[in-house]
Design a protein around this ligand. Structure first.
Ligand code: MG
Ligand code: MG
Length: 256
């Protein structure tokens, strides 16, 4: 069931989204060669704590997961696509890092992700990240009343495929509100004009995931959480929580 949010609820989701944006910005600023993923998680925890927000990631245990998620961010490095568990791994020169973070504030949830490089970037990684950001922007642009979920999926898929990248099968965005994962699903590839119609008050997380090698195959790492590319190529992941409004799409997790 798709729950439509009141304008008051969307304001509350914006406040949660701002906490997520600040946590991601702080973690990104802290990320550098030699810094561990656990240290980045600690930075994000500090931002959530200071805001009085809780983490919808911490302790999260969907059916596929062997253990509850132990952190407030997902940290996915290089061939990790999403759901990376922060470890003591220390970032190396040229690493491609994707950070995903959620926050719950006043009963409402925000969810967002960024990808970036540390140290000296590989040009192909910058292109991958730039394409992911372009796919997200294209998707937000068509997240308007009167369109359908398929229009969003098509916008993402078109940008990714035109650049020659893979799209991991079976993963994508989602409705969001009081809970992190609500209806409807928001696939990263699809047919325009199909799927659930977009209405004022819908809130969705749009999250393109791109595989640099061009194939769509992935596997779950032995930790039971981390999704990795099968060909070992690098991946990028970006995400915003977006409200569909009569006045146009509003990015609730925008970073200042
Ligand atoms: Mg997320
Ligand atoms: Mg999400």
């Amino acid at each position: 069931m798709v729950e439509l949010k009141t304008d008051t609820a969307i304001e509350a989701m914006y406040e949660a989204g701002q906490v997520v944006g600040r946590a991601l910005t702080a973690a990104r600023e802290a990320a550098d060669v030699g810094v561990s993923l656990l240290e980045l998680d600690e930075v994000a925890r500090g931002v959530l704590r200071e805001a009085g927000a809780s983490s919808p990631f911490l302790g999260y245990r969907p059916s596929f997961a062997p253990v509850p998620f132990p952190a407030v961010i997902c940290a996915s490095v290089n061939d990790a696509i999403v759901h990376g568990i922060p470890t003591g791994y220390r970032l190396r020169d040229g690493d491609l890092v994707s950070l995903d973070c959620g926050a719950e504030l006043g009963g409402w949830v925000g969810d967002s992700a960024i990808s970036f490089t540390v140290g000296t970037p590989r040009p192909e990684d910058l292109r991958l990240i730039e394409t992911a950001e372009r796919a997200l922007a294209a998707a937000v642009e068509v997240a308007v009343v009167g369109n359908r979920i398929g229009d969003i999926a098509h916008a993402i898929g078109t940008v990714c495929r035109a650049a020659g990248y893979g799209i991991p099968d079976g993963f994508g965005g989602h409705g969001i509100g009081r809970r992190m994962h609500e209806d409807p699903g928001v696939p990263n590839e699809g047919r325009p004009g199909r799927g659930f119609p977009l209405r004022h008050g819908m809130a969705i997380a749009i999250e393109p995931m791109l595989i640099g090698g061009g194939k769509d195959d992935w596997h779950t790492a032995p930790d039971g959480w981390t999704l990795r590319t099968n060909d070992g190529s690098r991946a990028a992941h970006v995400e915003h929580t977006v409200a569909i409004m009569d006045a146009g799409p509003r990015i609730l997790t925008e970073r200042r």
